[in-house]
Design a protein around this ligand. Structure first.
Ligand code: F6P
Length: 361
């Protein structure tokens, strides 16, 4: 039976989004002969009248789209769709506008590619609108519950590892301490993985408390063994010693994570007298060309999402577990966030490499 599927990317972009839209499109159109619509700019496209969507086909992907970062559909990570707005003099919930937009497309199912925040919003919207939904995890933060990997994460770790590779020679040339501040929101996956892969001496993640004194002791220890430089990776939501998060206020009034690298630089410079510099890696972690691993996961997720719809299985999230693709109830994923666990084997690996990674009480 012919089906009509909608697909959108929601939240912060990352590498591999084009690859997952491609996989879903190829599976839907070539295998099932279904129609698939790409909704532009996440839920923003659904608020347009008519809805901003394009019919997708294999020909959209004949060029190099699958190899490119970003999302050709566009995305949105701002605004709460459950806010009230005034339209034609009437109080109206944005969620109703979005749901009406979805309904106007007469879809059999919607595929939403998003992180923990987006999946929660899409769950609420599709529940309210009684729309069949399948979620696909994407986020460089890798914090989607139950999925060992989210699309975009592997590429972000690769970018951060490359940054450490490039910081090491300049650190050594100038006998400096180099701090690399990486993204990850409240999870330390990027910092932990890139720190080990990139040969960091100190890794700071939000899940494990640290002491400035211990950082300076570690640097002194390296010096006493003849090392003239040190590499530190810090996740953006690591707290200051007083327990507060380093935040930046933007001109539009938004408050976002940022500044822990600079905070540590000043502390370390003062205590160790080592010339210390900080690099804030920022959005280059999101826009790079997807690694082969991100393309593989994206392909597996896209195909599996369409196959779930073919089996009339809805309100599921596809996940990556034990080297394969599976699916799980949306209720078990939406609203949760997967942090680095205290018993993560990589913490032991870091300690085994004599990396300072904070102090687990
Ligand atoms: O959730 C993905 C992410 O890249 C976080 O790691 C980061 O804190 C945030 O988004 C940045 O958001 P924005 O693109 O709005 O600056």
């Amino acid at each position: 039976m012919l089906k009509k599927i909608g697909i959108l990317t929601s939240g912060g972009d990352c590498a591999g989004l084009n690859a997952v839209v491609r996989a879903a499109t190829l599976r839907a159109t070539k295998h099932y002969n279904w129609e698939i619509l790409g909704i532009r700019d996440g839920t923003l496209g659904l608020m347009k009248k008519p809805v901003d969507a394009i019919k997708l086909s294999a020909s959209n992907f004949e060029g190099n789209l699958m190899r490119m970062g970003g999302t050709f559909l566009g995305s949105n990570n701002k605004g709460n769709p459950f806010h009230t707005v005034i339209e034609d003099g009437k109080k109206i919930e944005v969620s109703d506008i979005i749901i009406n937009g979805l309904k106007s497309l007469n879809l059999d199912a919607l595929i939403g590619i998003g992180g923990d925040g987006s999946l929660k919003i899409l769950q609420k919207l599709t529940k309210k609108g009684k729309i069949n939904f399948i979620g696909i995890p994407k986020t460089i933060d890798n914090d989607v519950e139950h999925s060992e990997l989210s699309i975009g994460y592997d590429t972000a770790v690769d970018v951060a590892t490359n940054a450490l590779d490039m910081l090491q020679p300049t650190a050594a040339s100038h006998r400096r301490v180099m701090i690399l501040e990486v993204m990850g929101r409240d999870a330390g996956h990027i910092a932990l993985n890139s720190g080990i892969a990139g040969g960091a001496d100190i890794i700071l993640i939000p899940e494990i408390p640290y002491k400035i004194k211990s950082i300076s002791n570690h640097i002194e220890k390296l010096r006493s063994k003849g090392r003239n430089h040190a590499l530190i990776v810090v996740a953006e939501s690591v707290k200051k010693e007083n327990g507060s998060k380093a935040m930046v206020k933007f001109v539009d009034g938004q408050i976002r994570l940022g500044g822990i690298g600079a905070y540590l630089r000043d502390k370390i410079y003062k205590i160790t007298d080592a010339e210390t510099r900080v690099t804030v890696l920022g959005h280059v972690q999101r826009g790079a060309q997807p690694t082969h691993r991100d393309r593989l996961i994206a392909s597996a997720f896209g195909v599996h999402a369409i196959d779930l719809i073919a089996q009339n299985k809805f309100n599921r999230v596809v996940i990556w577990k034990d080297r394969g693709v599976h699916d799980i109830s949306l209720d078990d994923v939406a609203g949760y966030s997967r942090k680095v666990e205290k018993n993560d084997p990589l913490i032991n690996v870091a300690r085994g490499l004599d990396i300072y990674i904070g102090e687990i009480k």
